[in-house]
Design a protein around this ligand. Structure first.
Ligand code: BES
Ligand code: MN
Ligand code: ZN
Length: 489
């Protein structure tokens, strides 16, 4: 398990800067004005900061950029990081500075000499989120412990209050990233369910549902996907009832621990990326962990369908007709369109069991979401404008890219089957929308629902704004904020 760095908030103490180990970050605005802490560091470093601030390079740096001054004379630190940040920075720029500082610090202890600067909490959050490294599979991981992050500020109490939930939020994001980064021989449906069960230590009520029970419930679509795998299909239900007696919000996640495509086998090249096909479920698990750790005053249930999609003598085939828990029959055209079969049954179960006030599902559902939006925005599709607007606003506030696509009868018509109630693919056109229309069938008319296709954002081959390459944890903060703003407020 990768733990976020510990952080500590202290009052301004210019004298301590000489002795601080690791790195010391100071903040200088576009005009090169030095605040008292920066002045102190400048003095210790014999005027290096002043020279930097007067240089041509500094005038070309953008807001949030960081310049490194290595092995400053007169200081114990390995480096001074000079962050370019205005006196009242935008949240996005402040986080960018924190991210750049953490990247440069590389896990060493860091002192953020923020003083009276606005947006200190954003700098701190950026630094915490970027301070992540997946080392579980390295045989010789050097010291993986992260140095402490110290925020030195004029008003410690105010920053303490603004950051009260940060440890819980970072822990939820890191939990999701660890799950997504884990290979499929390590994170099987069974070990995954165990990791979720362990969340009960934070006060979540966790129930693991096995295949016999899923069969009793009639989840023929979900179970079909796992038929060809040696690792058994599981549904895990996580409950956090921190609110009153109101109906809960339901979060539903696709948890395909590995997606070979099944009998409709995927091409070999790049197939290794399909270890991340449980990304939707990981976001659900991450949010549930955050809600429990910060003792959210809201009712939220998280449901994930854990399954592996393999080709085998027992595997389901193209042409098979399966029956969902709802009762609708589904003609399987392509066994690689498995995520929607998982979600159809878990969505239905969530509504039947909890009568939720709203449902959000998350899934690495379609390659078409990557074609349409690339790796910087997930796709949102919804049957309720107000609900969807709240989700979009929460994502925007957290800097997590999200863009809405339409639904529509014409798209649903692409899924008409000759022999069953519906088929599981709708052709090449509008793949993300037809997938959502498939799910729409399993959403009751009066249920507010928002589907998030995170295929492009769950894991990236480049550094994302807040994460090193690999799993991003996209969505954990947006959904935590949604719960705070819509359900706790
Ligand atoms: N897990 C994939 C979608 C995916 C692709 C996620 C690339 C992340 C990166 C999903 O199960 C899938 O295979 N979808 C098919 C659907 C098609 C057969 C209708 C796709 O998008 O090609
Ligand atoms: Mn697939
Ligand atoms: Zn898949």
């Amino acid at each position: 398990m990768t733990d976020p760095a510990r952080f500590r908030i202290v009052e301004n103490d210019p004298a301590a800067l000489a002795e601080a180990e690791g790195i010391v970050a100071i903040f200088v605005d576009e005009e090169g004005t030095l605040d008292p802490l920066a002045r102190r560091v400048n003095k210790l470093a014999r005027g290096a900061v002043e020279r930097l601030a007067a240089s041509e390079g500094w005038s070309k740096a953008s807001e949030g950029d960081v310049v490194r001054l290595g092995f400053p004379a007169g200081m114990a630190a390995d480096a001074v990081l000079v962050a370019r940040l205005s006196r009242k920075p935008e949240a996005r720029a402040a986080r960018k500075a924190g991210v750049a500082i953490a990247r440069e610090a590389g896990g060493k202890a860091a002192t953020l000499a923020l003083g009276a600067r606005k947006g200190a909490e954003e700098v701190l959050m950026g630094a915490l989120l970027r301070g992540y490294d997946y080392t579980e599979q390295k045989s010789k991981s050097d010291d993986t412990s992260r140095g402490e992050v110290t925020a030195m500020v004029t008003k410690p109490d105010a920053l303490e209050a603004a950051t009260a939930d940060f440890a819980a939020q970072a822990a939820g994001v890191f939990f999701a990233r660890d799950l997504v980064n884990a290979p499929a021989n390590v994170l099987t449906t069974v070990t995954y369910a165990e990791r979720l069960q362990a969340l009960s230590e934070h006060g979540l009520e966790v129930e693991v549902v096995d295949e016999d029970r899923l069969a009793e419930l009639g989840m023929g679509a979900f179970l079909a996907v796992g038929q060809g795998s040696e690792t058994p299909t599981r549904m895990v239900v996580m409950k956090w009832m921190g609110g009153g007696d109101e109906a809960p919000l339901a979060l539903v996640g696709k948890g395909v621990v590995f997606d070979t495509g099944g009998i409709s086998l995927k091409p070999g090249s790049g197939m290794e990326d399909m270890t991340m096909d449980m990304g939707g479920s990981a976001v659900v698990a991450g949010v549930m962990k955050t809600l429990a750790m910060r003792k959210a005053r809201a009712n939220v249930v998280g449901l994930v369908g854990l399954v592996e999609n393999m080709p085998d003598g027992r595997a389901y085939r193209p042409g098979d007709v399966v029956t969902s828990m709802k009762g609708d029959t589904i003609e399987v055209i392509n066994t690689d369109a498995e995520g929607r079969l998982v979600l159809a049954d878990v969505l239905w179960y969530a509504q039947e069991t909890f009568s939720p006030s709203g449902v959000i599902d998350l899934a690495t559902l379609t390659g078409a979401a990557i074609i349409g939006l690339g790796h910087h925005n997930a796709a949102a599709l919804s049957n309720d404008d107000g609900f969807c607007d709240d989700v979009l606003a929460a994502a925007k506030a957290e800097g997590e890219g999200l863009w809405r696509l339409p639904l529509g009868r014409e798209y649903a018509d692409q899924l008409k089957s000759r022999i069953a109630d519906v088929k599981n693919t709708g052709g090449r056109a509008a793949g993300t929308i037809t997938a959502a229309e498939f799910l729409h069938r399993f959403v009751k008319d009066d249920t507010k629902w928002c589907h998030l296709d995170i295929a492009g954002v769950a894991s990236t081959s480049f550094d994302s704004p807040y994460a090193p390459k690999g799993a991003s944890g996209w969505g954990v903060r947006a959904l935590d904020r949604l719960v705070r703003d819509r359900f706790e407020g």
